[in-house]
Write a new protein. Structure first.
Length: 514
């Protein structure tokens, strides 16, 4: 199973999470230190209270002079003395064994002028065993007593009254610590929520300049910078381009970069404009002398004066090359006009008759090829909004390209079909194919193939460039796929809203011309 890549966090999320995590760590450290200190304080107080009870139970190390105030009382009578909390326990140790043990319960009486009495509950065998395991080092130890009594702080003491184990419950200490931890967790959680909300607002405000920089960059990214005159006037506002701040440094750097890009694009546009103007002017000026050369060559060849075979051959070559140069000049002039954005004559045009006529012309020019037509059936739209003359030129160029660069006997198929909101015209042949290294540049001007698709009829190398320029001017696209035995040029044009009247041949599914 392939795991989906984790979506990266935004800068705002990372800043807020980092701040909240830092606050959580600080709060955890403070809470831990506070809990440890408070626990130590509570245990010290409990140990002081426990030590006092142990001294009263065991008595002083040496019998005092005079009467002993506790003599004559029971061995566990100290559990009812003032200062002994409810639940305090005591155990008499004789010969290392617990002989008598109990713990005080709630006050059981005491009227006016009488001391309250604390009933003592005896400890069971399991509880006595747990007490007997307390070390005899006269230091407080924490013991867990079974039977629901819980944790006790117990100390061993010896005195004139004997050896005793005394203990006080840790319920109040544990309750106090639990309350402290609960308060800390509540305050920490509330603080983290408040910090998250406040941090989100503050970070959003702090990142507002970066968002404006990103918005400017997004506007520039949507501009068509690859060709044509570009009006690159988008800039980061001066208020967000202050170099004294980090966001301002980014904005200022972006503005400087846009200035350089604008200057480069402007220089490119001026250069392209000069080149286009030169090509257009040169092509226009060359049309007249070329027409004159052709005319004089044809006039001389058809004249009454006898010319030798070499002269007639030279005149024929002059006329042929002048014709070829005229076609090249016309192609260059058309490309210059398309580059300059000259408007085309747009109208609803049915592609079916255009394809039929183009295939008929191609068959007359290349009778050694097999020509096939695949047309949509009746009722299927094949109309586009475009310039019929230019679209006819696109079809003628594609069919001429297939005829010129494939050997005799090759089957060339022209197909028209609807594809969603577009009409697609495909020109497919089963020739040797286009070399892979030439495919990326096949629509470039003056592109040349290898010997397998050599120019047998003297093409100018501008046919496919004109195809792409005309199709782009109509808002469409042209693609090519090629492999040995299959080459497909596909022209996609937006379909017209109101299809034109179908040609009488539109209902034919397949027409084959040998």
């Amino acid at each position: 199973m392939r795991l989906r890549p984790r979506r990266p966090w935004s800068l705002r999320t990372r800043l807020v999470v980092s701040a909240v995590a830092l606050i959580a760590v600080v709060a955890a450290v403070i809470g831990t230190v506070t809990t440890i200190a408070y626990r130590s304080y509570l245990y010290d107080r409990a140990d002081e209270q426990l030590t006092g009870i142990a001294r009263r139970a065991a008595g002083p190390p040496v019998l005092p002079v005079g009467p002993d105030p506790v003599r004559g009382r029971g061995p566990l009578a100290f559990l009812g003395d003032p200062g002994s909390p409810i639940g305090a326990l005591g155990a008499v140790v004789e010969d290392g064994k617990v002989t008598e043990a109990g713990y005080s319960t709630e006050v059981a009486g005491g009227g006016a002028g009488e001391r309250p009495r604390f009933p003592v509950e005896d400890l069971d065998e399991g509880q006595r065993t747990a007490l007997a395991a307390v070390p005899r080092d006269s230091r407080p130890h924490t013991v867990e007593l079974p039977g629901g009594l819980g944790s006790y702080r117990v100390v061993y003491a010896e005195g004139v009254h004997g050896a005793f184990l005394t203990g006080i419950p840790l319920t109040e200490v544990e309750n106090a610590l639990s309350t402290l931890v609960l308060v800390e967790l509540s305050l920490t959680g509330a603080s983290l929520v408040a910090a998250s909300l406040a941090g989100t607002v503050l970070v959003r405000i702090a990142l507002r300049p970066l968002r404006r920089v990103a918005a400017t960059a997004e506007q520039v990214a949507r501009l068509p910078l690859h060709s044509g005159e570009v009006a690159l006037h988008q800039r980061v506002p001066e208020a967000e381009a202050d170099p004294r701040t980090e966001a301002g440094q980014v904005g200022a750097a972006l503005n400087r970069m846009l200035d350089h890009v604008h200057a480069a694009l402007d220089a490119r546009q001026q250069s392209e404009t000069r080149v286009r103007r030169f090509v257009a002017d040169a092509s226009h000026e060359l049309r007249t002398p070329l027409a004159s050369i052709r005319g004089y060559a044809e006039l001389t060849r058809r004249g009454r004066e006898e010319c030798g075979p070499d002269t007639r051959h030279a005149l024929g070559r002059i006329e042929s090359e002048a014709t070829r140069m005229t076609g090249l000049v016309e192609d260059l002039l058309l490309l210059a006009r398309l580059d300059a954005g000259r408007p085309l004559s747009y109208e609803s045009t049915d592609l079916v008759p255009l394809v039929v006529d183009a295939v008929g012309d191609a068959r007359a020019a290349g009778p050694d090829h097999r020509w096939r037509l695949e047309l949509p059936g009746e009722g299927e739209p094949a109309a586009v909004r475009g310039d019929a003359a230019r679209l006819q030129q696109v079809l003628l160029n594609l069919l001429a390209n297939a005829r010129t660069h494939t050997p005799p006997g090759t089957t060339v198929t022209a197909r028209v079909r609807a594809e969603g909101a577009a009409v697609v015209v495909e020109v497919r042949d089963d020739g040797p194919g286009i070399p892979p290294e030439l495919l990326p540049a096949v629509f470039e001007r003056f592109a040349r193939g290898d010997a397998s698709r050599s120019r047998q009829a003297g093409s100018t190398g501008l046919g496919l460039a004109i195809v792409r320029a005309v199709v782009s001017a109509h808002g469409g696209e042209v693609t090519v796929e090629s492999a040995p035995g299959r080459t497909v040029f596909a022209v996609r044009l937006p379909a017209a809203d109101a299809p034109a009247e179908a040609d009488s041949q539109a209902g034919h599914r397949l027409i084959t011309q040998p």
